[in-house]
Design a protein. Structure first.
Length: 131
């Protein structure tokens, strides 16, 4: 996901935050609703990171990575964005010299069902960061 159209992402994100996340009994529709929210939040996180606003970027990535509201999305697009958000959060925490928190995110990635490349990268970072 690239940080294109940040104004649209910001508008969508603000509307969801203002109105509260919509819930649906239909799992496919819920996956779509969750995907819209995580995509907007992810794009805002990328934009903040590109502007070196690490605290704001981290907040966006953590909402996606740690948000219990998305726990039912264990597959599909939302799951993939959550994996990317975990990795981005870990890298930002490392840059911010918040190593114990970065280690927690990297460790979570190594125990996740995220792509092998993300798990492998997390394992390499853990080897580097381990005392």
């Amino acid at each position: 996901i690239r940080a294109e159209r940040p104004e649209a992402a910001s508008f969508i994100h603000r509307r969801i935050v203002d109105l509260g996340p919509e819930r649906s009994d239909d799992p496919d529709h819920q996956e779509l609703l969750d995907f819209v929210f995580v995509t907007a939040s992810f794009l805002l996180g990328l934009r903040a990171a590109e502007s070196s606003d690490h605290a704001v970027a981290l907040r966006h990535f953590q909402v996606i990575a740690d948000g219990r509201i998305f726990d039912s999305s264990n597959t599909g697009r939302v799951f993939l964005v959550r994996c990317d958000a975990r990795l981005n959060a870990a890298q930002l925490l490392e840059r911010m010299r918040r190593v114990p928190e970065a280690i927690r995110y990297y460790t979570d990635l190594t125990h996740s069902m995220c792509a092998g490349t993300e798990r492998h990268f997390a394992e390499e970072r853990l080897e580097h960061l381990a005392p």
